[in-house]
Design a binder for this molecule. Structure first.
Ligand code: NAP
Ligand code: MG
Length: 400
């Protein structure tokens, strides 16, 4: 059998712990036998990040700007315990944070829907993709505790000395106060990322905010989205047969619960934080959730939504068997390969991505799965496979 050829490399970002182990298995069993895989490899494993003073993360992000498509393995974000474990020179920032800052993107998370793993919400038939704005609001809050009566004001001082003032509250006793902000540029890129991603998936965009109460702040989000849509996307949406829909966040939440799925739900930062946990747990498992960073300039970086599965890795190091779910990592690869194929006009590569996903899901649907899924499946008498066996079954299905 001749292997599928690639014309442009993918940016490959290797990572840490159990997901690094899965990464190697996936490449050896599911990719290299079928594709003449071209990647530009960056080792974002913590040891190599430390050796390069984290320059490798920056280089990987820059390479993503060059080649436009990247696939990333889960990585450790160091904390004090990791500093000691790896004798690190520095407590490096989260690689995802560094990459996001360089590519200026929005993260889209989509559950992987498969027969046998049923969402708690009965009418959800298709995945709901959650797009979370990742800048500002309560995450860049300046807060103050008020311990005695007094006046709190918002004061803006322009560079030319002009001043604007608004009374926040005349406190009669103790209380709390917070000041938040957001930026036109950031909201615009958020809107563009959502609209671009919607075009690539051919799905509608729903966006909800609280503009009835927060007329200036949330009202501005609504206005920016509307303007970006009207000026840059309306025609493209009409051609693609999709729509943009804004409503009050309360109304959106109510509609989401009754919908059948198959759309992109754009959320402000806090709403996205909370609602993505609700959507992902209602769909079943973090190990069945893909994540893609889409930049407004059209760069795509695919990964799994979960971490490096540390506990399983320590068992693996002791020589014990693990049953770690590789589905989200496989789908990170298939997502990246499909996008690569799309950008390069490589039909064979795109259809391989489809087949890889189908093969993966068919194994689960046949009742063979990893332990995390066996615990929640509606299929009777599931067969629990270890990490290697599960990937082996996918290989068989792919070959068939
Ligand atoms: P985690 O790796 O997501 O794992 C938490 C728990 O969830 C696991 O112990 C396991 O439960 C279950 N789980 C997650 N993924 C699974 C899979 N594929 N198959 C089976 N079970 C799975 O989160 P964490 O342990 O909090 O974080 C570990 C490291 O990952 C940290 O250093 C963190 O910085 C990093 N992290 C990286 C990313 C990223 O790169 N995008 C994201 C989040 C966290 P059981 O042990 O009960 O089986
Ligand atoms: Mg959260």
């Amino acid at each position: 059998m001749s292997k599928i050829q690639m014309t442009t490399p993918l940016v490959e970002m290797d990572g840490d712990e159990m997901t690094r182990v899965l990464w190697k298995m996936i490449k050896e069993e599911l990719l290299l036998p079928f594709i003449d895989l071209k990647t530009e490899y960056y080792d974002l494993g913590l040891k190599h990040r430390d050796e390069t003073d984290d320059q490798v993360t920056i280089d990987a992000a820059e390479a993503t700007k060059k080649y436009k498509v990247a696939v990333k393995c889960a990585t450790i974000t160091p904390n004090q315990a990791r500093m000691e474990e790896y004798s690190l020179k520095n407590m490096y920032k989260s690689p995802n944070g560094t990459i996001r800052a360089l590519l200026d993107g929005t993260v889209f998370r989509t559950p992987i829907v498969v027969k046998g793993i049923e969402p708690c919400v009965r009418n959800w038939k298709k995945p709901i993709t959650l797009a979370r704005h990742a800048y500002g609001d309560v995450y860049k809050n300046t807060e103050m505790f008020i311990d005695k009566p007094g006046k709190v004001e918002l004061v803006y001082t322009g560079e030319d000395g002009t001043e604007k003032r608004e009374l926040v509250h005349q406190f009669q006793g103790k209380g709390v106060v917070g000041g938040m902000h957001n930026l036109e540029t950031s909201i615009e890129s958020f809107a563009r990322s959502c609209f671009n991603y919607a075009l690539s998936l051919k799905q509608d965009v729903w966006f909800g905010a609280k503009d009835t109460i927060s007329k200036t702040y949330d009202g501005y989000f609504k206005k920016v989205f509307e303007e970006v849509y009207e000026n840059e996307y309306k025609e493209k949406f009409q051609e693609a047969g999709i729509t943009y829909f804004y409503s009050l966040i309360d109304d959106i939440v109510a509609r989401v619960m009754k919908a059948e799925g198959g759309f992109i739900w754009a959320c402000k930062n806090y709403d996205g934080d909370v609602m993505s946990d609700m959507v992902s747990s209602a769909f079943g498992s973090l190990a069945m959730m893909t994540s893609v960073l889409v930049s407004p300039k059209g760069y795509f970086e695919y990964e799994a939504a979960h971490g490096t599965v540390q506990r399983h890795y320590y068992r693996h190091l002791k020589g014990e068997e693990t049953s770690t779910n590789s589905v989200a990592t496989i789908f990170a690869w298939s997502g990246a390969l499909r996008k690569r194929g799309e950008l390069d006009g490589n039909q064979e590569l795109m259809s391989f991505a489809d087949k890889l996903e189908k093969a993966t899901l068919s194994v689960i649907e046949s009742g063979k799965m990893t332990k995390d899924l066996a615990l929640i499946t509606t299929l009777e008498n599931p067969v629990v496979l270890n990490s290697q066996e599960f990937i082996g079954e996918i290989r068989k299905a792919l070959e068939a």
